[in-house]
Design a protein around this ligand. Sequence first.
Ligand SMILES: Cc1cc2nc3c(=O)[nH]c(=O)nc-3n(C[C@H](O)[C@H](O)[C@H](O)COP(=O)(O)OP(=O)(O)OC[C@H]3O[C@@H](n4cnc5c(N)ncnc54)[C@H](O)[C@@H]3O)c2cc1C
Ligand code: SF4
Length: 526
Amino acid sequence: MSTSDRYDVIIIGTGAGGGTLAHRLAPTGKRILLVERGDFVPREKDNWSSRAVNVQAKYHTKDVWTDKDGRPLHPHTNYYVGGNTKFYGAALFRLREADFGELRHAGGISPPWPITYDELEAYYTEAERLYHVHGERGADPTDPWASAEYPHPAVSHEPRIQQLHDDLARRGLRPFHVPLGIMLDEQRPNASRCIRCETCDGFPCLVGAKSDAQIVCVEPALAHANVSLLTNARVTRLETSPSGREVSAVVVERLGRTQRYAADIVVSSCGAINSAALLLRSANDRHPNGLANGSGVVGRHYMGHINSVLLAISTTPNPTVFQKTLGINDFYFGDDGFRHPMGHISFVGKLDAIALSAGAPPFVPNMTLDAIAHHSLDFWLTSEDLPDPENRVTLDRTGDIVLNYTPNNVEGHTRLIRKLEFLLQHLDDHMHLVPRNLFVGNRIPLAGVAHQNGTIRFGEDPRSSALDRNCKAHDVDNLYVVDGSFFPSSGAVNPALTIMANALRVGDHLAARLGAGARAAEEAMA
Ligand SMILES: Cc1cc2nc3c(=O)[nH]c(=O)nc-3n(C[C@H](O)[C@H](O)[C@H](O)COP(=O)(O)OP(=O)(O)OC[C@H]3O[C@@H](n4cnc5c(N)ncnc54)[C@H](O)[C@@H]3O)c2cc1C
Ligand code: SF4
């Protein structure tokens, strides 16, 4: 390996974790290499085509995994610079303060984190600034304390959603504006980078106005001469020194060739499933069960949330363009009738007939998909699944991914759906729901791995966790993981802001370890 292949830091993966870490470390002046298996998302009209995105799944990986019964699984995940943030809905939530402690659910215990909310709070604030989050502090009844206001005002509701908000508020609920990472300036529409379109959640942004990791972090990081990026570069294996205590080589497949790179610090941020697979593939004599897997937890405790889409079909049209502005957390921790957590209610992007045709077509007599799409309110419900060691990522004989998952803790989710249905039927305007066909919905299947987390958990005890509180492998001195795998439990809000905030936290630790903390801080202030 030549000295030009040696770096101070190698970051594998450029999504919410890796991209944010790169942004944090770029001002240190250290030589940093980003290794990304995907390319840039091509800028093309298909970015905003419902058919290309929802029917043809044009941007999904063509990798085929298998489920626990050996059935093929076509994962809804994307390999590009910026990772899955290129496609996310940009709902950027903090976990609730109580999510960091132990929580008793109907289906079991959600375990505590080794760090408290207070330790992450300043990083949440920074991540909200970095990702241009628009929100309204304190309107959400479960909001944790915060040291600053949101950097931008909340995104307004369109009339149909405002009407729903007002009806819910009259029933005594506290609906709120979802915190969103889009660069929308409603006061100065002509200057606004975001044009508030209907193809945001699930689509890449054609005009670069979504706060994704490529736009907000990777490109600014690459403006530093000390940072470089390898695209179409898939890391296949991490090799270790003879002692097993150090990653000595990052093995990359690129354009049909095998290349090797080395660094003082190696960070895996491939997403929770691929990082676990990478460590498992990197087993050697010193790490027979997979790299950094003395505890046996690598790949285990896979979580992905219990997610459902519920269409409430009303005779009142829903002409909303950007629907994902309203959230309901009144039942997040339960209510008088059910004293266990239920979860979070918000919206997906407005579904059109093409998107509906991609799923199992909801059967509503006398209504075309077009009519359904024009009348539905398209809710998104998320509940916490619990970390079960048998829900896990393993490898088959050829090294491909097997995702073994049995849903758990479903009672809270079922109650949340019933709760929403009941509420909608008893609103002041009665929603004018279509008789007998009020609701159609689907649980998101296993292939919907958007919220993947938990497979390389962090903790104080090396017997029950793979990473320490700084997300360094207990068993390897120069290996870190900063994607969603570090979560010991997942709460019931979207995960990306927590991954970003944690990457900033780990970035400060790494800058100090590299002796570059002061310089990075000065650059950040400049
Ligand atoms: C349609 C959709 C909507 C979503 N909406 C929201 C939302 O509104 N709010 C929210 O909080 N979250 C949302 N999410 C989830 C969010 O995008 C993820 O939580 C987040 O991106 C995870 O960050 P990460 O760093 O763990 O992984 P990723 O962002 O997935 O990044 C992993 C990166 O590693 C690369 N990689 C993988 N394997 C290798 C390898 N072997 N070698 C080199 N590179 C590799 C990948 O190409 C990718 O770029 C959504 C996701 C999707 C798909
Ligand atoms: S223009 Fe705005 S609403 Fe449309 S995709 Fe981009 S960020 Fe989302």
